[in-house]
Ligand binder design. Structure first.
Ligand SMILES: [Mg+2]
Ligand SMILES: [Zn+2]
Length: 183
């Protein structure tokens, strides 16, 4: 099975420091949904792993989060794409849960539920914590410069980590499908 793990905010949709609290605030990044559909056509399963601490912070309910994801699924379906599953952490940093990235709990959950290893599986994110969670399970972290990506790229310089960087999800997916040497 071919698989790609995606962060949500700042990768699929525009990020907001005020959180995405309603379906109306969920705005896809240009080209991201088309990129997911391209992955699907190339027989990739696409799974999302996302921190959603806005739930624990009381900014939105689980029901609202589900409605946001329904909007995402519908928008994607119109383009012939689909996301197989969404794994989210609803906790706040103070909860010290095992699933809030950079912890690898969400990724372990994916491994268990799908019955696969994420070793070498591309995991695309815009934050350092996405890349760290990916590294913790031996996945292949890829950075996109949308969302918090530019800030993250500067942090990466400090850590000297060798992570492939792409303009956005569309560019990362193109590289993936072309089997670029960089990957
Ligand atoms: Mg993000
Ligand atoms: Zn959690």
């Amino acid at each position: 099975m071919r698989l790609v793990i995606l962060d949500r905010d700042g990768v699929i949709n525009e990020d907001s420091d005020a959180y995405i609290k309603s379906p109306e605030e969920w705005i896809p990044i240009s080209g991201s949904l088309e990129a997911i559909a391209r992955l699907n056509r190339a027989d990739y399963r696409v799974v999302v792993a996302t921190n959603q601490s806005g739930v624990a912070r009381g900014l939105f309910t689980l029901d609202t989060l589900n409605r946001i994801h329904e909007r995402m699924h519908r928008a994607l379906a119109e383009l012939g794409g689909h996301i197989d599953a969404i794994f989210f952490c609803p906790h706040a940093p103070d909860d010290h849960c095992a699933c809030r990235k950079p912890k690898p709990g969400l990724l372990h959950e994916i491994e268990q539920r799908l019955g696969v290893s994420l070793h070498g599986v591309p995991a695309i994110g815009d934050s350092l914590r996405d890349l760290q969670a990916a590294q913790a399970v031996g996945a292949l972290p890829l950075l996109v410069l949308t969302g918090k990506g530019l800030l993250t790229q500067r942090k990466l310089v400090d850590t000297a980590a060798d992570v492939p960087v792409f303009e956005n999800l569309a560019a990362a997916v193109d590289a993936l499908l072309q089997g670029e040497d960089a990957l």
